[in-house]
Design a protein around this ligand. Structure first.
Ligand code: TYD
Ligand code: MG
Length: 462
């Protein structure tokens, strides 16, 4: 077509170039260029003039700080307590939420499940660009969704969607997914940077103008980040990420950004044949089927927001057949593992350089808290010395390069959770107990100053 030109746009910073590039010269991102088609003919298209506005336009005069009032956010329960927790206590009226995750993880299932609770008091419009009405109804039947106050629209053209929304007047719009929606004012294909930005902006402006809420599904790209412009994340009020191993049934939802709550909280679900079931006690699920009396295993307590989670670390140290020994991790940072191995070699004289090391956190959990260091070290010590860590022992503590055990945050909460789950002994940092004595019923605390003390402790336990 006349006036149309192909350009390449960086997903991260929107740098434009006429030729594809491997690395963005502006923001340095790799593989971030996507082809877009633009209209070079002079135009008065709305894209050119539309401004990004996250708040309804009002008075443009500055207000004295003391005169401002704190808004009270009206929230609505989604019917799923775990999701409410991540949202900061429910869906805020007039907020825009981006829900992203890999295909097949359960985004559409989750959204269909909350429709009934939302529909109790509000009108919900579910816009689906991926599935037909029949398919949605089939899923709803399986999930037991009744569909009161629920309207389904299988349309991908934004102008038609907005016209229909003006008719239905929903309080909540669910867009599944933003990458399938397109505007006929933009000449790029659906899912391209320009389209996603334009259509998302239309939804946001509508929501902010009318006080309705929008939940948008956003696909992730190969690298695992949200496909489409990075600016999408800045435009919305909350970004939720739904993750989990597809082979395993449990799913974790976490907030990457939340203007109305903390980003530390996680929600845990299990995928069943009747949809997502909330898991109120994730530690019990993570510890189920734990092998007993095997060397290389150690329990770990990590804090996710305000919630302690207990999982298990497994280490396998075997003689290597390679010139350079292998180091493989799953659920723990590779460099952190190398650091802990180096500390054990230097401070305890253990030999790893002729051994392959495999480290795995059960349940696909990711431990990025240093408080799990001592557990990782114990699992490694246990495997290399073939000494079993007792099943009822848990270890909590951060390791320094000198092999010292450093204090951790929220020790009491972690130990309480361990005691609740039947652990009777806990290795804890001595530093934590220096200033404040801690006694928790049913669990004996074994304070350590450094990792060298764990060798004796393990011997005593036998
Ligand atoms: P879906 O919500 O379609 O994923 P997404 O929208 O993130 O792409 O869920 C897809 C998977 O969930 C699919 O592989 C089947 C499974 N599933 C169940 O196990 N039980 C159920 O009740 C439902 C509805 C789906
Ligand atoms: Mg889907």
């Amino acid at each position: 077509m006349k006036g149309l030109k192909s350009i390449f746009v960086c997903e991260k910073c929107e740098y434009k170039t006429p030729k594809w590039m491997g690395k963005c010269p502006q923001c340095g991102a790799w593989n971030s260029f996507h082809e877009d088609v633009i209209d070079t003919a002079p135009t008065t298209a709305p894209t050119a003039t539309k401004r990004i506005s996250m708040i309804p336009s009002g008075d443009s005069r500055a207000v004295e700080f003391g005169q401002l009032e704190i808004p009270s956010y009206m929230r609505q329960n989604t019917g799923l307590h775990e999701l409410d927790r991540v949202l900061g206590g429910g869906l805020v009226h007039g907020s825009v939420v981006l829900l992203s995750g890999e295909p097949g993880i359960g985004k559409s299932t989750l959204l269909m499940q909350i429709c009934d609770a939302l529909g109790e008091t509000r009108r919900v419009l579910y816009i689906s660009g991926e599935e037909s009405g029949g398919q949605l109804k089939l899923r709803a039947k399986r999930l037991g969704t009744v569909g009161k106050n629920l309207f389904i629209l299988t349309e991908t053209n934004i102008e038609q969607i907005i016209a229909e929304a003006d008719r239905v007047k929903p309080d909540v719009m669910i867009v599944d997914s933003i990458q399938t929606v397109y505007s006929s004012n933009v000449n790029s294909p659906p899912g391209s940077v320009t389209q996603v930005k334009e259509t998302a902006l239309t939804f946001i402006n509508k929501a902010k103008g009318e006080g309705s809420s929008v939940i948008m599904v956003g696909h992730v790209n190969k690298e695992g980040s949200i496909a489409g412009p990075k600016v999408l994340e800045h435009m919305v009020d909350a970004v939720l990420y739904f993750e989990g191993e597809r082979q395993q049934s449990y799913r974790i939802i976490r907030a990457i950004k939340n203007r109305y709550g903390s980003t530390n909280e996680i929600g845990v679900f299990e995928m069943s044949d009747r949809g997502l079931i909330e898991v109120a006690n994730p530690s019990e699920m993570l510890l189920a089927g734990r092998p007993k009396n095997i060397s290389g295993n150690c329990a770990v307590c990590t804090l996710e927001g305000t919630r302690p989670l207990i999982a298990e670390i497994q280490a396998l140290v075997t003689q290597t057949a390679f010139p350079a020994p292998r180091r493989t991790t799953n659920g723990i940072d590779y460099n952190r593992m190398c650091l802990i191995i180096a500390v054990l070699e230097k401070r305890l004289g253990l030999k790893f350089y002729q051994n392959d090391v495999y480290l795995n956190v059960i349940g696909g959990l990711h431990l990025d808290e240093p408080a799990s260091d001592v557990s990782v070290a114990l699992a490694l010590i246990s495997s290399v010395t073939d000494r079993v860590v007792p099943d009822d022992l848990i270890a909590i503590g951060e390791l320094g390069l000198a092999g010292e055990c450093r204090a951790v945050s929220n020790l009491e909460q972690r130990v309480k959770e361990a005691a609740r789950l039947g652990f009777t002994k806990a290795i804890v940092p001595y530093r934590n107990l220096e200033k404040r004595k801690l006694e928790i019923e049913g669990i004996k605390l074994l304070p350590i100053r450094g990792i060298y003390e764990t060798l004796n402790l393990l011997k005593e336990q036998e």
